[in-house]
Ligand binder design. Sequence first.
Ligand code: ADP
Ligand code: TRP
Length: 349
Amino acid sequence: METVLSGIRSTGHLHLGNYFGALRNFVKIQNTYNCYFFIADLHSLTTHPHPEDFHRSVRTILAEYIAAGLDPESSTLFVQSDVPEVSELYVLLNMLAYKGELERTTSFKDKVRLAKAKARNKAVNEISYDDHDDEGININAGLLTYPVLMAADILIHRANYVPVGKDQEQHLEYARVLARRFNNMYGEEIFPEPKAFNFGNELIKVPGLDGSGKMGKSEGNGIYLYDDEKTITKKVMRALTDSGPTEPNSPMPEYINNLFTLMNLVSDPSTVEFFKEKYNDCSIRYGDMKKQLAADICKVTLPIREKIDAVYNDTDYLRKVTQMGRDKARESASATLSLAKKAVGFKVF
Ligand code: ADP
Ligand code: TRP
């Protein structure tokens, strides 16, 4: 059976981007593949969370994974830092990763620009990546080598497929580069090259409702699985719109297109068609469209929300789940690590 693996960083509640880009697919495939799903708590350290929030965030993601339908009996559900073999492979892979290629990673450049913009109180587009004054800004080596740790996560279980959203495409490509480089350097086919998992469709990008870009935790525009009906409705009703098209079949501005993208994910095709026709004949009322969109988002998220607190508060159950996941994950990870170490030349005296 082929292996599927994916993770989400523990940096707060899960939003619709995480759900449609990743989690929904985890649930769909958990019984078809040999699945590993984890909480990337080491990755979340790049932004220095407060120690008290750190554990709470791990627990939050775990509870939301399970509430959304991940079954700890069907897939291996674990916490990244519970599997030290990952960190050991990360060290080995770091020796094959070049500074230049890491510096060219889009997510790294974006994060650097964002950090500099925040520190200087400026808009991101006013900041150049080549401005080398990093004084007092948290651009740590962990951020630079983020894709190497992610490659270690994937390669340690010799995963064949990785279900992620479009924003992770470049990181996944880098995991393939490192797998190939390791295999070539040591002349053994230890790591398969992992591919994106997408059900034959394009990878998904869930937009934010604030005009442009993706929905994300750092973007501050999330609609969360944990939001109640009132909060969701308020967030959707606040989405950017205008007074509507004045010419039939006008091109759609990005912020309106984003509403339709979200609607495509949560609503009936006939509902989407209904509002598209209204847009094309200029009779659309965005207020009505947003009300419908909010109601359809709630239909997806409220049944999940209902279960989150009970799972979150069940310490005994969560302990059992993470111990079981850790044991299964370590078994697979230590087998791969032994092969990798042997290939590199480590020998037991
Ligand atoms: P965030 O970007 O909110 O910080 P993560 O980086 O931890 O969240 O992402 C976890 C998973 O969710 C990844 O597979 C990522 O591709 C997916 N994801 C996050 N945001 C989106 C989005 N807006 N659209 C599609 N997928 C997304
Ligand atoms: N980098 C991913 C994100 O931000 C999270 C992640 C860490 C991951 N390790 C992974 C995803 C391994 C898939 C496979 O979304």
